[in-house]
Design a protein around this ligand. Sequence first.
Ligand code: DCM
Ligand code: MG
Ligand code: MG
Length: 228
Amino acid sequence: DLDHDVLAAETSDIKPTGSRFTPTETYVFIDLEATGLPVLDILPDITEIAMVAVSRKVFEEGSTSRAPPRALDKLVMCVQPSREVNPGAQKMTGLSKSFLEKHGRKQMDQTVEMTVRCFLARQAQPVCLVSHNGNRLDFPVLKSELTKVEKKRLLTNVYKVDSLMFFQTHLTQRKHAFALLCSQFLGQETSHDAEGDSVGLLQLLSDRYPDLRINFSNGPIPLKPYFE
Ligand code: DCM
Ligand code: MG
Ligand code: MG
């Protein structure tokens, strides 16, 4: 099926058959705020991380309520970047280096890596990270920053999927920017705070919005570690 193919495309070096595939138990919706967008191979610094973890059962059971799932784990952290935040990103997120510094938000260090690792390790395994446009921004930036501060203790049993690919597959419209999907289906502006955007993505991908019935919990996730 389509979901399966999209997931398989994520890891095109592994064929989506056989015993190396197992269903995702936990979906972790990730959003980062950053100092800007990647420029060529130069990645921005993180200014904020949000992770919202829910069981795959959220997608299997469905709900008539539009409220976010009752049972979820959240991790939200600001990180003081080592460079200035671009004016555009600053306006969007309300975060600048001096503001984060003034408010006692610490720089990237091993405690961030430990916190993220423990948060993911606590979830029922395997875990699939889901982020909108994650292949361009969130996945490479998170991985790069975490491996800078801790090279050894890499997470296993963590996979990834870029939700942009799901929307491109399921929605025939031309544009699939997160802001557009939020206003179109949730009737709200994107907040550009990491927590709001993560919860928004979870809402978009849950079947609480019948106009947008995307259920990606059917496809098995190839056993290819994200942190490799
Ligand atoms: N970003 C940017 N310019 C844009 C869109 C995004 O600099 N036009 C950067 C700053 C944001 C980060 O990407 O903190 C993540 O964007 P989003 O809030 O959509 O998750
Ligand atoms: Mg984002
Ligand atoms: Mg955001």
